[in-house]
Ligand binder design. Structure first.
Ligand SMILES: O=C(Nc1ccccc1F)[C@H](C1CCCCC1)n1c(-c2ccc(Cl)cc2)nc2cc(F)c(F)cc21
Length: 233
């Protein structure tokens, strides 16, 4: 097979994305909090809204560092962010869940999430997605670029300049394709499997509004930012 090499530009692009991804991580670690103790449904819901609110803020900062994003039409930038925050949250949650942890911690974490207040019917699709992400053993470069690809989805609602977004996403896809060959030389279809997860991610994200509004508690309060970004309240 031909030798796969990244160009200088592709390496620079990847470095910019990974640096931004690492710089804009959630300050407090939600997994650590969940492992400390079992919270009530109300406390878990509050924790989720706090995590999700800071995740949106972090995502805005990360997106600003995607080369070319700020040159897009301003309204298209908003449409891309609004359309991808839920998927980015589930993708981030999956990456948090799949992190290597000391023995038994993942079991406890899963238990805590199962009892957090999320309605039972969403557990299977959610954990199936988390485990399918875990099986890929993504390196952090792949995680960062996959998040950028999720944000640069041309078919989000209300995007006007479809082509411009497609061009940016294509650049990212080319980098990811080479990265997958370099990082997983034994697995021919690794790149295709990785992209397949984005389909699973979109399906899971369709449930998010219902997951939140049917959280096992009364009186669900959302932050103004989440009301704006999510289809709730
Ligand atoms: O905080 C969360 N996710 C999250 C959000 C932003 C950035 C980083 C994040 F991990 C929530 C908690 C919140 C508190 C109650 C339990 C679930 N969370 C979800 C999750 C997210 C959204 C819905 Cl609608 C249903 C579950 N899946 C998780 C898997 C994990 F491994 C993990 F550590 C936390 C996880």
């Amino acid at each position: 097979r031909e030798k796969v090499e990244m160009t200088k530009e592709q390496r620079a692009l990847m470095k910019a994305i990974v640096d931004a991804y690492n710089r804009h991580q959630i300050p407090q670690d939600v997994a650590k909090k969940l492992l400390q103790e079992q919270y009530s449904a109300e406390e878990n819901f509050l924790l989720l809204t706090e995590m999700a609110t800071s995740q949106v803020q972090v995502l805005v900062e990360f997106t600003k560092n995607i080369p070319g994003f700020l040159s897009l039409d301003r309204e298209d930038q908003i449409a891309l962010l609004k359309g991808s925050t839920v998927e980015a949250m589930f993708l981030r949650s999956a990456q948090v869940f799949s992190r290597k942890m000391p023995n038994g911690h993942t079991v406890v974490l899963e238990e805590r999430i199962r009892k957090s207040g999320i309605p039972d019917e969403f557990m299977t699709p959610m954990f199936n997605f988390y485990k399918s992400i875990g099986e890929l053993h993504m390196v952090q470069e792949e995680q960062a670029i996959l998040t950028a690809i999720t944000i640069l989805m041309p078919d989000r609602p209300y995007v006007k300049d479809h082509q411009a977004v497609e061009r940016l996403q294509e650049t990212m896809l080319n980098v990811l394709r080479k990265l997958c060959v370099l990082q997983h030389p034994q697995e021919q279809q690794y790149f295709a499997r990785l992209l397949g997860r984005l389909t699973e991610l979109r399906t899971l994200s369709h449930y998010h509004a219902e997951m939140l509004t049917s959280w096992k508690m009364n009186d669900h309060k959302f932050t103004p930012l989440l009301c704006e970004i999510w289809d709730v309240q």
